[in-house]
Write a protein that binds this ligand. Sequence first.
Ligand code: KMH
Ligand code: ZN
Length: 274
Amino acid sequence: MDDLIVTVAPCGAETTREQAPAVPFTPAEIAAETRRAFDAGARMVHVHSRWDDGTPTQDGARYTETVAAIRSQVPEIIVQVSTGGAIGMSAEERLGSLEAAPEMASLTCGTVNFGRGVFENPAPLMLEFARAQLAAGVKPELEIFDAGHLDNAAWLVGKAPLAGSQHFDLVLNVPGGLRGTPANLLMLAGRLPEGSTWSATGIGRAFLPISATALAAGGHVRCGFEDQVELEPGVRARSNADLVERIVGLGGLLGRAPASPARAREILGLRPAE
Ligand code: KMH
Ligand code: ZN
C-alpha cells in the first residue's frame, strides 16, 4: 500500500457548536480530539486556537498552551499551526501562532473571497510570512484556494527560496474560491512543481469527491471540523475521528494506508521527531 498522510483540522476559526456540537475550543479539548484523530490514522494536525468561548485567536501564549496540550497527548503527530487565523486579523496578529514552535505552518498564496468576507493575502504579506517561517525553521504548507494562487506560490518561492521540496494543500470549494470538482483538483495537481508533495481539502459537500480524487491521484488528504461537518450529505460527523476514519477507509479501498509518523516526516522533509 502507498503511504497516506491524513491531516486533521479539528476546529478552524469559524465552525460553531451549532454546526458541529463536538467542535473543540480549549487546549484540552483540541488535544483530546487530536488524539482520537491520530488513533484513527491522522498524522498531522492543522491547529487553530480559540478562547474558551470559541472566539478565534492567534495569541502566541494561547497557541503555545494548545500545542503543548497536543504534544502531551499525541507526541508523535506533526504540528502545523495556522497563520491564516480568521478574516480581519492583522498580519502581525496572524504571525503570533509561530511562537508555539511548530514543525509547519500554513501560508496562503493569495487573496480570495471567503464566504461573505475577503481572506486577504497580498504579495507583501505572503513574503513577510515566508521569511518569518524560514527564520523560525518552520516548513510552510502552501495553501491554494484558486488557480492563480499557484502562480503566486511560484513568485513567492522565487523571492524567498524554501529549503527542500514544496508542500501544498489544494483547498477546493470555499465559497468564493475554486469549485470542488475532480477536474479542478486534477488541474491544480497537474500544475505543481516537480517533486512537490500535496494534500487536498474538499470543503463541505466536496469532502468525498475531492478526497477520493486525491487518494486515487497519489495526493494526501486533509479533513476535520474546520472543513466539513458531515460525513456525507445529511449525516453529521460525531467527531473529527469519524471524518479521518472515512478517509482511511476510502484510502484502504484505493491501496493507500496511513504512513507511520516517522515515514510521514520523511515524506514531508521534516526532521525526525526527538
Ligand atoms: N480561517 C480562514 C480565514 C489557514 O489556516 O491558513 C483561513 C484559514 C487558512 O483557515
Ligand atoms: Zn486553517
